[in-house]
Design a protein around this ligand. Sequence first.
Ligand code: COA
Length: 278
Amino acid sequence: MTGRESSFDPVRMADLDRIMELVRAVAWPHRREDIAQFIRLGGGRIARDEKGGRALATGLWWTFDDTLARIGLVIVAPEAQGRGIGRRLVETLLEDVSPRPIVLLATEAGLPLYEKLGFAAFDRSVQYQGTYTGDPIQDPRISRVAAGAIEEIAEIDAAAFGALRGDMLRDLAETGSVAVLTENGQISGYAMARAFGRGTVIGPLVAATEDDALALFRTLARPGFVRIDCPADASTLIEYLQTAGLEDVGASPVMVRGGWTPPSGPARIFGLASHALG
Ligand SMILES: CC(C)(COP(=O)(O)OP(=O)(O)OC[C@H]1O[C@@H](n2cnc3c(N)ncnc32)[C@H](O)[C@@H]1OP(=O)(O)O)[C@@H](O)C(=O)NCCC(=O)NCCS
């Protein structure tokens, strides 16, 4: 790679196959459709080898007005790791989304790099997945809504996420199903289920209490491979997940860089759309 400016090109949909090669090289579970969704919802960078063929590294970002950005899908090809490419890639992503504060989930491999670049952990997310054996429930407070009704949930989502992300929610809803929890005429939570990775992911899942989060989860989850990324302190939800066939496959620090105060509730994110999207 030569100069920094020419090294990392903006990601385009035409890079999908090259990015999939990187995803497979680090054994991440994303399908082609998942990566296509990530690309169409945001931007990012890609570095190619000198002949312009294979991708050496990629990283994506998503911005939410001027309020917030997320960074994710940061991958350096295994044979190119440890040569400073990861650091320069993330520095380029930071410039792309500047001056917004940035939130991300770090892997064990990424943690030292993000700490060096000024990110600090403020929460911990734990990934549960496996063959779900629970039965669906019917809660009179919970109803299904069409993908077109996203405006109704964008506000409660923003209260938990910390920024409005209507376009992202609409896109996610179009690839899955949505349930809304209404109490006293007010929407106080919602959840989505969609195909992602090895099966179905339940997320985003936003609720005011863990009991409500559990009710939304049980409304949408169906027997088969299910994944949810939930807060490590969500003990009621986690206890249920364990009895219903899901296993803890690892925790990740949620990190922030820049002046940003995470929302303090009562609405809280109990399930992520994905590590990358939040
Ligand atoms: C994480 C990853 C992107 C880093 O890319 P890389 O090109 O190998 O990273 P770099 O060579 O630029 O090293 C980054 C910094 O982290 C440091 N570092 C790396 N591993 C470290 C460790 N175990 N302990 C302490 N520091 C470490 C390096 O010394 C370097 O610091 P420096 O710039 O001050 O010298 C790469 O390992 C990767 O793709 N891993 C698999 C996918 C993944 O986990 N991605 C992260 C998603 S959050």
